[in-house]
Ligand binder design. Structure first.
Ligand SMILES: NC(=O)c1ccc[n+]([C@@H]2O[C@H](COP(=O)([O-])OP(=O)(O)OC[C@H]3O[C@@H](n4cnc5c(N)ncnc54)[C@H](O)[C@@H]3O)[C@@H](O)[C@H]2O)c1
Length: 263
C-alpha cells in the first residue's frame, strides 16, 4: 500500500486519555499497512493517533473538523490531495452519541433525531460525496463504512442510532453499485467493541462487571477489541478483498446468529 492515502473520519483516540477507539485503531493499522493517513475528528486526541502512527514510522495528518460541516470535510480531502498526493481509501467512522438520543421514537426530540442523522448518516454521505471525485482522480480505491449489528436488530430505546446504521448499509449498497468497478464499498457491522469513550465514569471494577455482563450475551464470551475491527478494515482496504463489493460484514463473535432460547 506504499504511496496510497487513506482518510479516516472519527479517527481520534479516546477523548479522556487517548484510549482505544475503532477509528484510531483503523488509522494506526492502515498506516502499518503503508497508507499515508488523514484523520478528521473534532476531538483534539486525533493528534494522539498521529503521534502513534509517526512513532511507528508512518505518515499522518490530523485535521480538526466536524463531519457535519461541508467546509471541514472539504478541508480534510484537500489535505489528502495537496499534502499526501491523492486519496485511495475512505473509512467512515465518526458517530455522535448523546444521552438525548438514547430514546424511543415517542420520547426522542425532533432536534436530536435530526442532529444525529445529520452526523451518523449525513457525515458518511457528505464525506463520500466530496471524497469520491478525488478517489477516482487517484485511480480508484475503497470505501469502508463502519455500521453496527444495530443496523439489523433494534437496540431498545436507541431508535435513531439503529435507523442511521440500517441506512448506512443502504448507502453502502448504492455506492457499491454506482462507483464500481473503480471503487469498492463495503460495510463493517461490529457488535459490542471495548472503547475508551463508552467507559463513562465507571470504576475499574464496575467496568469489568459491565464488560462481563455484555460478554455473557456473546457466543465468544468476550467483547471485541478495536484491533479486531481494524484488521477487517485493513482487509477491505487492500487487494486481498478484490471481489468483495457492497457487503455488510458482521464482526460480532456470533451474536446475531445465536438463538439464546432456553428449553
Ligand atoms: N464501540 C462499539 O461497541 C461499536 C459497535 C458498533 C459500531 N460502532 C461504530 O464504530 C464507530 C466508531 O465508534 P467508537 O465506538 O470507536 O466510538 P468513539 O467515540 O471512540 O469514536 C467516534 C469518534 O467520532 C468522533 N466524532 C463524533 N462526531 C463527530 C463529528 N461531528 N465530526 C467529527 N468527528 C466526530 C468522536 O470525537 C470520536 O472520536 C461509530 O460509527 C460507531 O457507531 C461502535
Amino acid at each position: 500500500m506504499k504511496n496510497k492515502v487513506a482518510l479516516v473520519t472519527g479517527g481520534a483516540l479516546g477523548f479522556k486519555d487517548g484510549g482505544p477507539s475503532i477509528g484510531g485503531a483503523s488509522a494506526i493499522r492502515l498506516a502499518k499497512d503503508g497508507f499515508k493517513v488523514v484523520i478528521i475528528d473534532f476531538c483534539p486526541t486525533g493528534s494522539k493517533t498521529v503521534e502513534t502512527i509517526k512513532k511507528n514510522g508512518g505518515e499522518a495528518i490530523f485535521v480538526v473538523g466536524d463531519v457535519g460541516k461541508t467546509e471541514d470535510v472539504k478541508k480534510a480531502i484537500r489535505a489528502a490531495e495537496t499534502k499526501l498526493g491523492g486519496l485511495n481509501c475512505l473509512v467512515n467512522c465518526a458517530a455522535r452519541y448523546t444521552s438525548g438520543m438514547a430514546k424511543n421514537v415517542v420520547e426522542i426530540s425532533e432536534d436530536e433525531w435530526t442532529k444525529t442523522l445529520d452526523i451518523n448518516l449525513g457525515g458518511y454521505f457528505r464525506t463520500a460525496k466530496y471524497a469520491i471525485p478525488l478517489i477516482l482522480r487517484s485511480g480508484g480505491g475503497t470505501i469502508i463504512n463502519i455500521s453496527s449489528i444495530d443496523g439489523f436488530v433494534a437496540l431498545p430505546n436507541f431508535s435513531v442510532y439503529c435507523v442511521s446504521k440500517a441506512a448506512i448499509n443502504g448507502l453502502t449498497r448504492s455506492l457499491a453499485v454506482d462507483f464500481a468497478p473503480k471503487i469498492r464499498t463495503n460495510t463493517i457491522c461490529p457488535g459490542f467493541v471495548r472503547i475508551a469513550n463508552s467507559q463513562n465514569n465507571r470504576t475499574p471494577q464496575q467496568l469489568e462487571e459491565w464488560y462481563e455482563s455484555i460478554a455473557r450475551q456473546y457466543p465468544l464470551k468476550r467483547a471485541c477489541e478495536v484491533e479486531e475491527i481494524a484488521t477487517v478494515v485493513s482487509f477491505l482496504a487492500g487487494d486481498e478483498s478484490s471481489y468483495i463489493n457492497g457487503a455488510s460484514i458482521v464482526v460480532d463473535g456470533g451474536k446475531l446468529i445465536a438463538d439464546d432460547h432456553k428449553f
